[in-house]
Design a protein around this ligand. Structure first.
Ligand code: 13P
Ligand code: SF4
Length: 302
């Protein structure tokens, strides 16, 4: 306990000395969320990385998030305290595989979820996140869309567009495991609760949800709703922010096993060490970054 307080204070001191900003995803552990300058969803964090003042960004999340920050702010030092924190979904498609799909559908536009490697972004026309996928797809002139890598987000987006979506077969190992029986069981335990789900969930789960949104969208919905009880269909880390921002609401997890182990790899010691050593630093070769940047900037402009 005492050690934690010392590390906590050290981080605050180093952060000030280094003029660093700490960004944390909504799935990070409570102590990381509490020490961050900002906690948010992928889109909010990308925007913050592009616009916030500070020479150094400490990205408490997974590798594609820090990579995205490094691509849009190449002049800044982007640190990923847990170097091994990755997103298995982002590993489910390579640039070579995407090139092959593109050659089969040369008339189609490529929309890549931000959960991708820089190389895959570089092969894409535009990026999207869970909060703007529908808007991004509908902003394009092409009628066919190659959507990578999340099959579930692609199928969810298909519900709101006349365009034809060709989804890649990737998935989030945390959300894809949530099944409709869990929704029915949790609903029977809390019949008055509103069911909220993340679009990375399977279509059968989405069908049973009352509202579908990104992580920050879910938090906003709970805080702004007049209802009192909610079933939360996403990763467990989100419950900390909900409890902090709207403590009177009752929230029940749809699946207590929905824990992204990669998001939990960051701890206070690693954040402190990153601020001391300015390592591990994330950089992207300029030739890839240049092409990936255009896909990200196009998304930010939508
Ligand atoms: P959002 O926070 O953008 O909804 O994304 C969820 C996620 O799984 C990030 O990896
Ligand atoms: Fe990747 Fe899923 Fe973890 Fe998000 S929750 S980082 S999509 S594995």
């Amino acid at each position: 306990m005492k050690d934690t307080t010392i590390i906590h204070d050290e981080i605050l001191r180093l952060k000030k000395d280094r003029q660093a900003i700490i960004l944390a995803h909504n799935y990070q552990t409570a102590d990381i969320q509490d020490i961050a300058d900002m906690t948010g969803d992928s889109l909010e964090l990308s925007r913050a990385a592009a616009t916030m003042e500070g020479e150094i960004i400490v990205f408490c999340g997974v590798d594609f998030m820090a990579e995205t920050a490094a691509i849009i702010s190449p002049e800044k030092t982007v640190l990923l305290p847990a170097r091994d924190a990755c997103c298995p979904m982002a590993e489910m498609i390579t640039a070579e595989e995407l090139k092959l799909v593109k050659s089969r559908h040369p008339e189609a536009a490529v929309v890549c979820y931000v959960n991708t490697t820089a190389e895959v972004k570089a092969e894409s026309d535009i990026c999207c996140t869970s909060s703007n996928a529908v808007k991004v797809v509908n902003s394009l002139k092409e009628d066919r869309i190659i959507f990578v890598p999340d099959r579930n987000l692609g199928l969810y987006t298909q519900r709101f567009t006349k365009k034809e979506i060709l989804p890649w077969e990737g998935f989030c190992i945390v959300h894809d495991r949530i099944n409709p029986d869990q929704v029915r069981e949790t609903r029977s335990l809390h019949p008055d609760a509103i069911i909220l789900a993340h679009p990375e969930c399977r279509p059968e789960v989405i069908d049973l949800a009352d509202h579908v949104a990104s992580t920050s969208g879910i938090i906003r919905y709970v805080c702004e709703s007049l209802e009192k009880e909610f079933i939360i269909g996403t990763e467990m880390g989100i419950l900390h922010r909900i409890k902090k921002e709207c403590p009177t609401k009752k929230c029940y997890p749809l699946s207590p096993a929905a824990i992204c182990t990669n998001m939990k790899k960051t701890d206070l010691t690693k954040v402190r060490n990153a601020l001391v050593t300015l390592q591990p630093r994330i950089t992207v070769p300029e030739e890839i970054a240049r092409r990936a940047r255009s896909a990200i900037e196009r998304m930010l402009a939508v």
